[in-house]
Write a protein that binds this ligand. Structure first.
Ligand SMILES: *Cc1c(COP(=O)(O)O)cnc(C)c1O
Length: 431
């Protein structure tokens, strides 16, 4: 298999490394988990990414989740263009913000009131502050391998690039900032019960990814989910679903619609901004009314509810509501999973295919991945070889064993079949 020339990407990366730490503006982009240099992108078009060297790749990253409708979706582009001509920011309220809030509330079952912010990190940070502010308690429970952005108090045993790059606890996070963060094992119902039994009166909230994407894809057990709801309720703590990745992805109403399980607070990002920087947190009205200026819990943002991002979000949500693509995404996901399992079996390599709807991970791991400890035992060197073998065949996967891959509504069955053909060759090649 001849390796395509990536000389222009290499030059661009060398130049970037002179002026940007590690050459990238977010560590997940740096290919640290697979070796080699990142591709530099020229443009995105539907299901494809085009790099600087003129190669085209079928994209299974979708900008790490936001692009469920594909690159440069005509309706989203038109909405941004229209908004752009009216000015890029006012620092004053617009009716469009209310419209997006209404769309979110109609979509996500547990949200009655919502605040718009600019990134998933900011939304998670604000949700934690709200949990602490509204309960008057300080302890937050998080789960190892879940990633909630780079919030100080949540940057312990964090997934995503923190795992890929082996820095689950970053220098610069003061001990004090994580002193009230209790890290438990995902899917460990007993540990959760013990924590609430011993310090229930101190626990402000529990935050989790209701389906984890940031240690690769990990699914919660029914028992774990119902214990979360029962224990937080009993002890007066808030249950926070971080649906930055799963919101509008696993169902229009996110994981909570899929599971029919209602959190108190929901964190949204990625898809809700339609590919522009927008995120949100919301919940029951009585909780959200604690946020300033309705209530005392401070949170603010110069570019919050930015008109361009709001326009992109509205266009994306309307398109998803009208298109109702979730059965189609499930069908594509099944086709991909069935084919990948067959190909992996034929290769004889130990593997686990984890998938919910359009989110999936092929783990090079002999055991079902139920938590961070098991995920970390995956063969990351083999994953790196698989990643490059797929890249050489025109398939752009997340550059880490610990990141979920995504399907988009613009993917076709024919493209899935091409990808499976590439995967059969890649798996046979990597050994
Ligand atoms: C991406 C992600 C975040 C962080 O969002 P940013 O916009 O990158 O700050 C938080 N939580 C989850 C579950 C995510 O996947």
């Amino acid at each position: 298999m001849p390796v395509p020339s990536r000389v222009r990407s290499q030059q661009a990366f060398a130049r970037a490394c002179q002026v940007i730490p590690g050459g990238v503006n977010s560590p997940a982009r740096a290919f640290g988990g697979v070796g080699g240099n990142p591709l530099f992108i020229d443009k995105g078009e539907g299901a494809y990414l085009h790099d600087l060297d003129g190669h085209r790749y079928l994209d299974f990253v979708g900008s790490w989740g936001p692009l469920i409708l594909g690159h440069a979706h005509p309706r989203v582009v038109a909405a941004i263009e229209q908004a752009l001509r009216r000015g890029t920011t006012y620092g004053a309220p617009t009716e469009s913000e209310t419209e997006l809030a209404e769309l979110i509330i109609q979509a996500v079952p547990s949200i009655e009131m919502v605040r718009l912010v600019s990134s998933g990190t900011e939304a998670a940070m604000s949700a934690i502050r709200l949990a602490r502010g509204s309960t008057g308690r300080e302890v937050i429970i998080k789960f190892a391998g879940c990633y909630h952005g780079h919030v100080d108090s949540l940057l312990v045993a964090a997934g995503s690039s923190a795992t890929t790059l082996g820095v689950p606890n970053s220098p610069g996070v003061p001990r004090g900032a994580v002193a009230d963060t209790l890290v438990l094992r995902y899917n460990d119902t007993q540990a959760l019960e013990d924590a609430f039994r011993t310090q229930g009166a101190r626990i402000a909230g529990v935050i989790l990814e209701p389906v984890v994407g940031n240690m690769g894809l990990v699914i919660p057990t029914t028992e774990f989910r119902s214990a979360l709801r029962r224990l937080t309720h009993q002890h007066g703590a808030l249950l926070i679903y971080d649906e930055v990745m799963t919101g509008f992805r696993l169902a229009y109403g996110g994981a909570q619609e899929l599971f029919q399980e209602m959190p108190d607070v929901t964190v949204l990002g990625k898809i809700v901004g339609g590919g522009l920087p927008l995120a949100a947190y919301g919940g029951r009205a009585e909780v959200m009314k604690q946020v300033m200026p309705a209530g005392p819990v401070f949170q603010a943002g110069t570019l919050s509810g930015n008109p361009l991002a709001v326009a992109a979000g509205i266009a994306t949500l309307r398109e998803l509501r009208e298109q109702a693509p979730y059965p189609y995404l499930e069908q594509l996901g099944q086709r991909l999973a069935t084919g990948l399992i067959q190909a992996a079996k034929a290769s004889g390599l130990p593997h686990q295919l984890a998938r919910v709807g359009s989110m999936w991970t092929l783990f090079f791991n002999p055991d079902p991945v139920t938590d961070y400890e098991v995920a970390k035992r995956s063969d990351t060197a083999r994953f790196g070889r698989f990643f490059w073998a797929m890249m050489n065949r025109g398939c752009y996967l997340p550059c880490s064993q610990f990141e979920a891959a995504f399907l988009m509504t613009v993917h076709t069955e024919a493209q899935i079949d091409q990808t499976l053909a590439a995967a059969r060759e890649a798996l046979a090649e990597i050994g």
